[in-house]
Design a protein around this ligand. Structure first.
Ligand code: AMP
Length: 187
């Protein structure tokens, strides 16, 4: 089963994705974590990505599409995965759809974490105190919210047409939201 967790930055995708992946015994593929690891290790991809990342801009598809393909092709992701942080653009969505279709698979569920913008800003600002992420700085936060609306939110319509989008209220405790997701997925 392939499940995509979609939502604005700060909506709790990482937290809920982890809980879901552990419960279902599926690997979680997180492009943000892969980029952070590549930047920390100073790989060529990490160095290329860093200037976009630090400003809160999307890392260009020319860099990210190869990473997505490689992750989907890993043996661990043969029968399912939780996708966290991608697809984020139309080109990424096409790649995911095409890669899965070639294997006779498809995205089964899209969980859309619905959180108000005030709450998103509050959470990312709080996280910057704890984790010190460069892209949780105020200007980067503003960029990320704007880019989400422009580039990523249109994917909701694309997937809604297929009837696989579930809107999950992203407020409440972590456990309450996890419980709601469990009810939606049916396990
Ligand atoms: P995240 O951890 O998902 O909030 O992502 C943090 C940052 O990593 C984003 O602001 C982008 O700069 C970059 N990033 C993560 N995933 C992607 C993606 N699928 N496409 C482009 N950039 C991404």
């Amino acid at each position: 089963m392939f499940i995509l967790i979609l939502g604005a930055p700060g909506s709790g995708k990482g937290t809920q994705g982890k809980i879901l992946a552990e419960r279902l015994g599926l690997p979680k593929i997180t492009t943000g974590d892969l980029l952070r690891a590549a930047m920390k290790d100073g790989t060529p991809l990490g160095l290329d990505a860093k200037k976009y990342y630090d400003e809160g801009k999307l890392v260009p598809d020319s860099i990210i599409l190869g990473m997505i393909k490689e992750q989907l092709d890993r043996p661990e992701a043969k029968t399912g995965a939780i996708l966290d942080g991608f697809p984020r653009t139309a080109a990424q969505a096409e790649l995911v759809d095409r890669t899965l279709a070639q294997r006779g698979q498809r995205l089964n569920h899209i969980l859309l974490l619905d959180v108000t913008e005030d709450e998103l800003v509050r959470r990312m600002s709080a996280r910057s105190q704890v984790e010190g992420r460069s892209d949780d700085a105020p200007e980067a936060i503003a960029n990320r919210l704007q880019i989400y609306q422009r580039d990523t939110a249109p994917l909701i319509a694309h997937y809604t047409q297929r009837g696989i989008v579930h809107r999950v209220p992203g407020t409440g405790t972590v456990d309450q939201i996890a419980g709601e997701i469990k009810r939606i997925i049916g396990r």
